[in-house]
Design a protein around this ligand. Structure first.
Ligand code: KIV
Length: 287
């Protein structure tokens, strides 16, 4: 194992000096993996929300969220799939390009879809490069220690990687549903392996809160939880779920910060009624 230069290896004063002397350019306005490490180091919580299009990307940016995850959850939220397995590289790159184009500050994280990194390392590297060329600042992939050599190669190639442990939706056929099929010790071992391989952060999905806290305490890199309790370094939710666009999706961890399905339905129904009833358009809406 060799030491890869990572933000947590660089003392804070050196980091500040580098930032001052390098000079700020437009591209430096964007949140970097160093900013994420610094925020976690200052005991501030990291925020991440999915974004797939101009609409969600602009809202996520304006809300001051740290990371816009162009998640493969696009398969279930926008493509009407029952799971994420059918999402293609082509579709992911399409969405990454839009999110990168419509934002200036948020870190754009591209989620590597099923099949884009599991077959062989060369393909995986090519696909990760394609994500960065499309505008992503980093990629995320699901899986444990088995992916160490790949993650090391990606970091060496200049591609920051976020890991994803616990419930990993791309393995839904192995876990027979949304559940974690690893013990506390296996999860801890995976988390430490991924850190050694060079991930800059780690998603913990549906990991019991006590175990997620222990993993977070044991790691130097930040953890980002979804259904993993309050002891992680940050939180992630899916845009459509947390704003109430998916009324039939009700996992225990989900808190809704809006009820936009209901609001949108009300507006659409009213529009239909007014067009059918001749109230819209009125004089105020006519030329
Ligand atoms: O694709 C996605 O939205 C995700 C989050 C649930 C972490 O991977």
């Amino acid at each position: 194992m060799y030491l890869i230069a990572q933000p947590w290896n660089i003392p804070k004063l050196t980091r500040r000096f580098q930032a001052r002397t390098r000079g700020y350019t437009d591209s430096m306005k964007r949140t970097s993996i160093r900013d994420i490490a610094n925020k976690a180091g200052d005991d501030q919580k990291i925020t991440m929300i999915t974004a797939y299009d101009a609409f969600s990307a602009r809202l996520v940016e304006q809300a001051g969220i740290d990371i816009a995850l162009v998640g493969d959850s696009v398969g279930t939220t926008l493509q009407g799939r029952k799971d994420t397995l059918g999402v293609s590289m082509e579709a992911m790159l399409y969405h990454v390009e839009i999110v990168a184009r419509c934002t200036e500050r948020v870190l754009v994280l591209g989620d590597m879809p099923f099949g884009s990194y599991q077959v062989n390392e060369d393909d995986a590297l090519r696909n990760a490069v394609a994500f960065l060329k499309a505008g992503a600042n980093a990629v995320k992939l699901e899986g444990g220690a088995a992916f160490m050599p790949l993650i090391e190669r990606m970091c060496e190639a200049g591609i920051p990687v976020m890991g994803h442990l616990g419930y990993t939706p791309q393995s839904v056929n192995m876990t027979s549903g949304p559940r974690v099929n690893k013990s506390r010790d296996e999860l801890m071992e995976d988390a430490e392996s991924l850190q050694d391989a060079g991930v800059f952060a780690l998603v913990l999905e549906m990991v019991p809160g006590k175990i997620a806290s222990e993993i977070t305490q044991a790691l130097k890199v930040p953890t980002i939880g979804i259904g993993a309790g309050a002891g992680t370094s940050g939180q992630v939710l899916v845009f459509h779920d947390m704003l109430g666009f998916s009324p039939d999706f009700n996992p225990k961890f989900l808190k809704r910060y809006g009820n936009f399905h209901e609001t949108a339905l009300e507006g659409l129904r009213k529009y239909r009624e007014e067009v059918e009833g001749g109230q819209y358009p009125g004089d105020a809406h006519s030329y």
